[in-house]
Structure formats: C-alpha cells, structure tokens
Design a binder for this molecule. Structure first.
Ligand code: ZN
Length: 417
C-alpha cells in the first residue's frame, strides 16, 4: 500500500494532493509535499472566499501526527490571494492549518488530547516536539472549543477563587454545576466586584436571568455582585467554603497558642499537630489517634476550638432549614461566650451575619453539595501547580479551560487518538 493512500485515508484536504513523499532516515522524518489541484483557487484567509493567485510565499512546514514514531511533515508553498471581496492581497487559508503555528489541526487535536493526561512538558518529550508546539496546539483546540461551546441552559453556578504565584494573586473561577453539565465557564483576574461584574457582562442579561442557583463563599465582593446582578437566583453559601473558613479559624487559634506556649516557656504540646486538628476525627488512625486523644484531655484553647469545630459538623445532618437555623443560633451563642477564642468568634459572627444564605443550602435540599465545587477547586489547584513555570497568564487560563472546561473538540476526518 502506498503511503499516499494512508494519508488520504486519515485526512480530507479537498482541492489538494499529496505529490511525493521522502523518508529522511537520519532525522526520523517523513516529508510529504502537498500541492493544490490545477483547478483549485486559493481561499482568502480574511473572508473565506476564493480568489486568484497573486504570488507565492516561502515553503512552510506543517506537522501531522507521527506514524510509528516517525515525524510526518507536510511541505507546502503558500499562495497569496488577490481578493476581490476584501480588495486586498491576503495569505490563503489551507484546510489543515491552525494559523501561524506549524501544527496541523490533526496534530493539534492529538497533542491536546495527550496534554490533558500528561503535563505539557511530558507531552512535548513524548512526541518529540517543542513545548511551544504543545502550547500552540492546546491554545488552538481551547479557542476552538470556546467559540463552539453552548452557553445556554446554565441554571446553577459556583463561584470560587484560587491563589497562584505563592498566593500573591487571585483568579476568580465560575463553574456551571448543573446536573446535566458541569464545567469551568469563565475565568477572571482577581476577586473584586469588577471581576464578577465582568462575568455577568460576559453572560448577558438573558442568560443571567436563567441562573437559579449560585454557590459561593462568604467573600464580600461576590455577595454584593450576586445580590445586585443575579438577584433572581437563590444564593447559597456552600458547605465546602464554610468548612474551609472554620478550619482556618481553628488553625489560627492553634498557631497563636503555639506561640504563647513558647513565649511562656512551656512544653511544645502542639508541635506538628496541625493536621490532627484539621482532619475529621473518624479519619485519624493509629498513633495519631492516640496522640489526639491525649491532647484532648489537656486544657488548651486549641482543644476547645477543635471541639467546637467537630460539633459544627452536625449542621450538615439536618434536613429542615428551621432546625439548621436553631442549631446555628445555639452554636454561635456558645462560641461567643468564650472570651479566649477571638478567632473562632470572628467566624461565628460571619456565620450569623450570613445565616440566611447558609440556610439556602438546606432550602435547595442540599442539591448543590460541596463536593462539586471542591472537586473543581482541587483540579484547578493541580493545574495551577503544573502551570507554575508558564510565562503568561493567558496560557494559564488556556490550561484551566483545557482541563476543566469540558469543551467540544474540533471534528477531524480521522480520530488519531
Ligand atoms: Zn477576502
């Protein structure tokens, strides 16, 4: 069988033919010369209409997916079109090209598929291309997906923030958390009012009206904009963020007590105890459990805070909003009595202040469990970590959409993966 037959089987470049092939044994590369058919008129890359050939440019290389670990390189002399519609001379548009990059659509889809399973660096090494080629491929596939995705029927969203650059910067991520579709919808810089306003502008008035549930944490800027722009929706302060805030408060108590013990010249009872107090009790086993049991017998502020935290967990077992409300009243009242726990009192005050929004979780029949946003948050953090060395914010966004966007992928004649 001829190599050209194989190429024609996996591609569909109407108006072009594979003229000849040449295997470079030293470079492990298969070069394939492509030429337009005689009748083929170049298509203007500006308006997509055919025109007459104006002149020819230098020969360009385009990479197809490798075959048997041999790189496949298309060689093509680009034409320029004298376009009557645009009234200008423009470069032609060819069916395999993704633009300025040397990666073909076929190879871009191939690399982007692997770049979701491997890091971009590993993908580049595995398929013997540069990191930039992988970045170009993923960028093209993501941009295609963003243009072709459907943003209708979004009825539930989760708003979350994520830190990067050692916590110096924030990104606001908005997820769709409907049962029928869960994905990353939008990314914005920082976590200001303007950030969430920009999301609402992006969605548009009509789509905003269709949103019935919004989950977020207690961040003031978010609460403000949600009340302002998404006022028809039920706003839920979600469990994941509330628990995270409570854990933070307990940890602040622990840290200040560690310092106090040290300053008073007392033994370091709380050394390396951070995770003991943050983990759920039932998940602690073995020696750690014995250690926790011993610590709990001591008269420490951290222990008090910890017991309050464990007690707060009961909240999530309630089905009725009114019982949950009574529980919150009782719990916050008990906390407020403890003068020695200012960090926890702060949490209790915020909880009281936003009680109505927390109760919305129960009004919504716990339909929007914290697991969805938490799962997205973990994946986003992992992507951010992997993209640590990225030189631009644009590529970091591309990586996030790529892993979490659940985007449609470009259709190609043959599925290479
Ligand atoms: Zn044109």
């Amino acid at each position: 069988m001829h190599i050209k037959t194989l190429l024609n089987f996996v591609t569909n470049f109407k108006g072009f033919i594979f003229q000849n092939t040449h295997l470079d044994r030293k470079k492990d590369k298969l070069f394939v010369t492509v030429v337009p058919r005689k009748s083929n008129k170049p298509v203007c890359s500006r308006c997509g209409k055919p025109g007459t050939t104006y002149d020819h440019l230098r020969q360009r290389n385009f990479l197809l997916p490798p075959i048997w670990n041999i790189a496949v390189v298309l060689l093509y002399i680009m034409r320029r079109v004298d376009c009557k519609t645009c009234g200008k001379v423009a470069v032609e548009q060819v069916p395999w090209s993704t633009g300025k990059s040397s990666v073909t659509k076929q190879f871009a889809a191939f690399l982007a598929f692997w770049a979701r399973k491997l890091s971009w660096k590993e993908t580049a090494l595995s398929f013997k291309v540069s990191w930039d080629i992988v970045a170009d491929a993923v960028t093209w596939v993501v941009q295609w997906g963003l243009v072709h995705r459907n943003l209708d029927n979004v009825t539930a969203i989760g708003v979350d923030e994520i830190q990067y650059h050692k916590g110096q910067n924030y990104l606001t991520l908005v997820y769709q958390i409907d049962k029928h579709c869960r994905r990353l919808l939008w990314i914005g810089k920082e976590r200001k009012k303007e950030t969430l306003h920009a999301f609402c502008d992006f969605m548009g008035e009509q789509r905003n009206k269709a949103i019935r549930f919004v989950c977020s944490d207690m961040w003031k800027a978010y609460i403000f904009v949600i009340a302002d722009r998404l006022s028809d929706a039920v706003h839920i302060l979600d469990r994941f963020h509330i628990v995270a805030n409570l854990n933070k408060a307990v940890d602040e108590v622990r840290r200040s007590e560690v310092k106090k013990l040290k300053d008073d010249g007392k033994p370091a009872y709380l050394k390396n105890s951070r995770w003991l107090f943050l983990k759920k009790k039932k998940r602690i086993r073995g020696y750690a459990r014995t250690r926790l049991r011993d610590l709990l017998t001591m008269n420490l502020r951290t222990v008090k805070a910890y017991l309050f935290k464990e007690d707060f967990d009961h909240l999530w077992t309630y089905k009725s909003p009114s019982w949950a409300s009574t529980f919150i009243d009782q719990w916050t009242r008990d906390v407020m009595r403890h003068r020695s726990l200012p960090e926890l009192k702060k949490f209790a005050r915020t909880t009281r202040e936003h009680k109505a929004l927390i109760l919305n979780y129960f009004h919504a029949k716990k339909e929007f469990s914290s697991g969805i946003v938490e799962g997205f948050n973990n994946k986003a953090k992992l992507t951010i970590r992997r993209s640590y060395g990225f030189r631009s914010d644009k590529l970091r966004k591309i990586a996030l959409y790529h892993t979490l966007g659940n985007l449609p992928v470009p259709e190609v004649t043959h599925r290479f993966v």
